[in-house]
Write a protein that binds this ligand. Structure first.
Ligand code: ZN
Length: 305
């Protein structure tokens, strides 16, 4: 493996990966704790109904989970708390143990993927930085009380929330959370704002990312006509965030396959395309390994093993 394809590392001088933001009300009774573009911190959703509240994602480790739970409890009062995850990745799901007074509700594909991959991800993410290792101390894996298959509609009390299993795309168990009345979509890492799409292609322990299916999912999300898209990371936006991801994935895949067809090696393709990505997406936060893993995943899906 070249440097560009090595496992991701985090810069040492960034803010600790802890959810600390103040919930911001994006529609009546719908809150987001913004990520502040801090690595390993996701956007968190807190959705209130008349009798229950749904938390979307938990943050990275027990401390973030406890902070999210406290924020949710303050907003929800004595409503029943439900928790769900957009997908199992550590910064989205490894704080779930803090929700001792909540009901966890996951889609089955995600839950099975979590069981299979969480230990490997825990080891990998511990190695990112001292801060990451500290936040993952004491992580315990907890199982949801409720598991659904394809889709699940939840009435929080005068507020309908639609949970849908979408993977395999960014992960095998991707789940979207949609408020049909308010047209608010929590997309997880299927859509990020001004970060390159993350293809977690980490053979041998994770090769499930599927760029083709990811583009199909983005088409499905666009058809839902969301007015607000809460990205997994970065600012909130509209369907332009979905379009930007579709354009990027389609372009990078077609360029990868074109260069591969010309006989270029994976290393040559990565070193050709990375500077082009950095030029085209100069106003995004750019990490070369996100290009490399995407290219490797496209090649793996078109090259016989
Ligand atoms: Zn993710």
């Amino acid at each position: 493996m070249t440097d560009q394809t090595a496992a991701p590392t985090m810069p040492a001088d960034v803010s600790p990966p802890v959810v600390t933001g103040t919930p911001r009300e994006i529609a009546e009774g719908v809150y987001v704790i913004p990520d502040g573009r801090v690595p390993l911190v996701p956007n968190i959703g807190i959705i209130l109904g008349a009798r229950a509240a749904l938390v979307v994602d938990t943050g990275f480790g027990p401390r973030s989970g406890a902070n999210v739970r406290a924020a949710a409890r303050e907003l929800a009062g004595d409503r029943q708390l439900l928790v769900t995850l957009t997908h199992f990745h550590p910064e989205h799901g490894f704080g779930a143990q803090a929700f001792t007074d909540a009901t966890l509700l996951y889609n089955r594909a995600q839950h099975e993927e979590f069981h299979q991959k969480a230990p490997g991800y825990l080891e990998q993410f511990r190695g990112f930085s001292k801060d990451a290792a500290r936040e993952l101390e004491g992580v315990e894996f907890v199982d949801p009380q409720i598991v659904y298959d394809e889709g699940c509609d939840v009435d929080l009390g005068g507020r309908l929330v639609q949970l849908r299993s979408r993977g395999p795309a960014h992960s095998r168990g991707d789940q979207t959370i949609f408020l049909p009345a308010e047209r608010i979509l929590f997309a997880g890492d299927l859509v990020e704002d001004r970060f390159l799409p993350l293809f977690p292609y980490f053979p041998p322990y994770d090769v499930d990312v599927d760029g083709q299916r990811w583009m199909e999912v983005l088409d499905e999300l666009k058809e839902m006509q969301p007015e607000i898209v809460v990205a997994g990371h970065g600012e909130l936006g509209g369907t332009e965030l979905i379009d930007a991801y579709h354009t990027y994935i389609q372009w990078l895949e077609s360029e990868t396959l074109r260069l591969s067809g010309e006989g270029k090696t994976p290393e040559e393709i990565i070193s050709t395309l990375t500077p082009l990505v950095f030029e085209r997406y100069a106003d995004w936060d750019l990490e070369p390994w996100r290009v490399a893993t995407a290219v490797q995943s496209f090649l793996a899906r078109t090259t016989p093993a």
